[in-house]
Structures are given as C-alpha cells and as structure tokens.
Design a protein around this ligand. Structure first.
Ligand code: GLU
Length: 429
C-alpha cells in the first residue's frame, strides 16, 4: 500500500549524507584521535570481528519458496558476549547492521555492562508477511546462526519490527537444537518465558531518566518542559507515555505515517489508544497534522527522535529549535548535523547513552535467566535508574574534563573502556 509519509521518511533515511557505518566510523575516528588511541587497537576496534550473511529459504503461505537475505554482525567481544537486536525491514543493509553492531559495542561500554556489540537484520517486509511466514523465517534464520549465538557468545534481542514473540521463537529454535531450554540465548522475551519485568518499557524509561537529568541543567521542571517525540513504537510511544505520566508536556508525536501537534499538550494515553485502534494518527481530534520532517523543526525544550537513522542532517539541522536533543533512536543525527547542533548550543544526549536503557535491562534479564531468580519490577526500574543517572553524570563529567561535546565524549569513554580491556587481554595476533 502506498504511504507517502513513510516514503518521505525512507527517502530521508537514504539521503546519502553518509551511510550509517561511515557515520559511525567518522565519530569513532574523531574520538580515537582525541584519545590518542594506539594504532593496533585502532585497527582492531574500527572493524567488526565477524560479519555473517545468510540466505533464508521460507515456505510462503502460497506454497512457494522465497529466499530472504539476512545478516548478523558481531562487532566486538572484548568485554563479553556480543549483544544487540535483530531488525526486519525492507531497507536493511549490511552497512546499517555493521553500524548498529558497533553502536551496541559503544553503548554497552558507556553504561558499563559486560557485553560486546552485535546486530542482526533480515531484508523483508514484515507488514506483508503472515505470522506463520514470520515464524518460519525467524526459525530458519536462527538455525543458520546456531553455532554463532548463545548465552556466552552472542545474545540477540528485539529491534525494529521484532518483538517478544520473535524472541520466543528464537529461544525455542535454539533450545530444540541444544536439546534443553536455554532462556539466556535472547533477551526481550515474554515475561512468562524468562523475560524480565520492565524490559518492554526499558528503552523509553532510559530516555526519560536521561531527560530528567538534562533538564536540571536548564533549571526546568517536567511541568515547564515541552517535548516533541518522533516515533511511537517501543521507544517513542513508551517514552512519551512515561514523560506524560511524570508531568512533561508532550506537544507533538508521530508514527511512520506522520505526526500530530498541539502546543497546549497532547493527551498521550489517548493518542496511543487511538493509534492502536486506528493504526494511524490521522484525524486525531484536537491536534494539527504535521509531517515527520516538519515535526523535527517545532520549537520545544526536548526533541526526542525515536524512529530511525539520519533524521537530522545538514539539510535541516539549522532549523532544529530544541534545547535538548534526546536520541532515542540509533543514529538519528549525521556527523555533519552534529557540528551544526553544537554551534547552535543544543545539548545532545547521544544515542549510545540515551537509548541504552533497553540493553541495560537486557543485561538484567540475562543475569536473571542465568540465576534462575527473577526480580520485582520496582527493583529492575530502580537499578536501571541508578545505571542511567550514573552514566549520564559520568558522561557530562568526561565531556567537561576533556573539553569535548557530549557525542565525542560518549565515544571516547566507550572506546577507552574497550581499549583498556583489549590491551589487558592482549591481541591474539
Ligand atoms: N535493539 C535494542 C538497541 O538497539 C536493544 C538491544 C538489546 O537489548 O540487546 O539497543
């Protein structure tokens, strides 16, 4: 079905300012240079450890066989098993998955959880696939990766267009091959199957905890803070909901088809309810319709891009009018835009911190699975808050100490940690 807004978002994502891996590498290079990273470490850390490409035959409902192309990239293992989501989308590419896997390495290091980075993806259009087709594709993809994943090797999780059900299929397929149930092979599972309470909300909650800290720098209370959210999925929708509950004034929100805006504030629970029932935000009462592109340019205190990559580029960065940019998505800002935002004095909470709440609670889930002892939700949330607040403050302190912007500081902090561990282990060369 034609969807002009979705096309607009895809075009924006593809507008080759830089591809995501180049965008990641550019930040990595700048941070490595500022750190004076040793040449051997630089050479090892700049590239993924392993790139796996698989061709996945799937029996479609029509009876025909279709072969899908999928990837799993394991970027770094220095600090523990690879960790990161799997996404299903028509525009998945190897370079995107490479970038996302590297971002996982840096993200896990920024919040100091004992994982490396990994990411997976399958080129497919999940909107046009039945549940049965998705299940068969997921199981065969898992079977192809059977030697490469596992609780001590690489632990997948949900990402765009994958969810608790997808993780349950992966866990089951892996367990069938292992001949016993291995819950810790994936995180983001249903709670009844070894998932963690609070995992579903964790990424949005992590964004909230970062924003709570950031507004203190502007002496703002939640009630005085206007928020614009791009995206209404697991990160944007839940983030907006949690901010609304805390008293923030969420004045605009979007989904892939476009957004709605009301300067007086939106009733977020009603918006999400409407979206669930109608599968669109169109005609939501008491709000103006706005495109995803224009939504980013609304004047606000906090702008939270929680959708996809390359939304803030050199083309629109100059028109961004927020005080704080909270990057709920992975890679929403390009390196060229970084400089423009910096010159405008916008305080950036970089993606590898802002959206790290998800992987932090994934770590808690993995720990709980291995212990076989499950925590209360209040415990999960309190530990998440502790981690996010500590990491936020550590990052700000690091940025001040090294006189760099917060993005560079986040990369430097992460690279420094991975480099230290790599140096201590030594390179098996
Ligand atoms: N896909 C999420 C991310 O990009 C979560 C990864 C995880 O929990 O392993 O951070």
């Amino acid at each position: 079905m034609a969807n002009p807004m979705a096309d607009e978002m895809r075009r924006f994502k593809g507008s080759d300012e830089k591809n995501p891996f180049e965008a990641m590498s550019e930040r990595f290079d700048r941070a490595a240079q500022t750190l004076g990273l040793d040449a051997d470490l630089y050479a090892v850390m700049r590239v993924p450890s392993r790139e796996i490409k698989v061709y996945i035959p799937v029996r479609m409902d029509t009876g025909h066989l279709q072969v899908f192309e999928g990837y799993r990239v394991q970027h770094n293992f220095a600090r523990g098993p690879a960790k990161g989501g799997i996404r299903y989308a028509p525009d998945v590419s190897l370079d995107e998955v490479k970038a996302l896997s590297a971002w996982m390495t840096w993200k896990c290091a920024v919040v100091n959880v004992p994982f490396g980075g990994g990411k997976g993806g399958i080129i497919c259009n999940p909107e046009q696939m039945s549940l049965g087709e998705l299940e068969r594709m997921t199981r065969r993809y898992t079977a192809e990766l059977i030697d490469f994943i596992g609780p001590d090797k690489d632990v997948p999780a949900p990402d765009m267009n994958t969810n608790e059900q997808t993780m349950a299929w992966i866990m089951d397929t892996y367990s069938m091959h292992a001949r016993h149930t291995v819950t810790a092979v994936v995180t983001g599972k249903p709670v009844a199957l070894g998932g963690s309470l609070g995992r579903r909300e964790a990424t949005g909650r992590g964004v909230l905890f970062c924003v709570n800290e950031a507004i203190k720098r502007y002496k703002l209370t939640p009630e005085q803070t206007s928020v614009v959210v791009q995206g209404s999925g697991n990160v944007g929708g839940i983030g907006a909901q949690l901010m609304h509950e805390q008293g923030y004034k969420v004045i605009a929100i979007s989904d892939v088809g476009g957004g709605i805006h009301n300067p007086a504030g939106l009733d977020i629970p009603a918006v999400l309810d409407y979206l669930q029932k109608n599968r669109t935000l169109e005609d939501f009462p008491k709000a103006e319709r706005i495109s995803n592109k224009d939504l980013l340019e609304i004047e606000c205190d906090v702008l939270a891009p929680c959708a996809t990559e390359n939304q803030i580029t050199s083309e629109n960065a100059d028109r961004i009018k927020c005080k704080i940019l909270a990057e709920g998505a992975n890679g929403p800002t390009t390196p060229k835009a970084d400089k423009i935002l910096h010159d405008k004095g916008i305080f950036v909470i970089p993606d590898i911190l802002a959206n790290a709440g998800g992987v932090t609670v994934s770590y808690f889930e993995w720990v709980q699975d291995r212990m076989g002892y499950f925590w209360q939700e209040s415990q999960v949330n309190a530990r998440l808050e502790e981690k996010m607040v500590a990491s936020f403050n550590e990052l700000c302190h690091y940025a001040t100490k090294h006189e760099v912007d917060t993005r560079t500081a986040a990369y430097m902090l992460a690279i420094d940690r991975v480099a230290y561990d790599t140096r201590m282990r030594g390179i098996y060369a």
